[in-house]
Write a protein that binds this ligand. Structure first.
Ligand code: MG
Ligand code: ZN
Length: 226
């Protein structure tokens, strides 16, 4: 296949994705749903952060989860164990969620008005960055057991995110990871990037994350009424 033909196919895929993303975004706005697209490498602790968040915030507002993985429903099972409605989307050979998968999942999931919807993307720092799902924010999770140069290696991911969560900070005393340097690398790509340092297992920093979610939900509700 020629290079021109490949580029044309890629543009078609992204244009189709954007039209589904627009439909999703319109639905979420009408319902006052605050939607976060969580992205990371495999093993950053996304699902652990999510289950801890769902448990700690239980009863404060309605929540639903879309779990993206290539195979298995292990993560959705962990989410459902917290009592939260969850849909597992298996992408098979695909390495990211696209907006149409989210449209279909939302049709099968009870997404309440004025609620929070977490979309846990497939663990991959490359192509999830290129696919708008109709979310309010892309959130990238990086744990301190990974390389601090990841923002430089995966620039599109860090440039597309509005929030960077630095996870597993309770392990820092045992590591040489330079948090300030990693944040500096990330903000070279996205100067307005917000950063929250936390530990999903130790509990440090979770209050800031919860306050950030509640502020976003309040904004989504306000926009709906306005
Ligand atoms: Mg997971
Ligand atoms: Zn992909």
């Amino acid at each position: 296949m020629s290079q021109t033909r490949l580029v044309a196919i890629e543009q078609d895929i992204l244009a189709k994705n954007d039209s589904f993303a627009a439909v999703n975004r319109q639905l979420f706005a009408a319902k006052g749903v605050f939607v976060l697209n969580l992205m990371s490498s495999p093993g950053s602790g996304k699902t652990t952060l999510l289950t801890r968040t769902l448990t700690d915030l239980k009863g404060r507002f309605p929540v639903a989860v879309i779990e993206g993985d290539q195979q298995t429903s292990f993560d959705a099972d962990r989410i459902r164990a917290t009592g939260t409605p969850a849909i597992q989307v298996n992408t098979g050979k695909g390495c990211h969620l696209d907006a149409q998968m989210v449209t279909q999942a939302v049709g099968r999931l009870p997404v309440a008005d004025e609620s929070v919807l977490f979309i846990e993307n497939v663990g991959n720092l490359v192509c999830p960055a290129g696919f708008d799902l109709g979310e309010a924010h892309k959130v990238v999770v990086l744990s301190v057991t990974e390389g601090e140069d990841k923002p430089l290696k995966y620039p599109a991911m860090f440039a597309s995110a509005d929030l960077l969560i630095v996870n597993k900070v309770d392990l820092l005393p045992h590591l040489t990871f330079d948090v300030a340097r990693m944040i500096d690398y990330a903000r070279r790509l996205k100067p307005s990037l917000e950063v929250i340092e936390l530990s999903a297992t130790g509990g440090q920093g979770l209050d800031r994350w919860y306050a950030w979610i509640e502020a976003g939900l309040a904004k989504a509700k306000g926009a709906r009424k306005g």
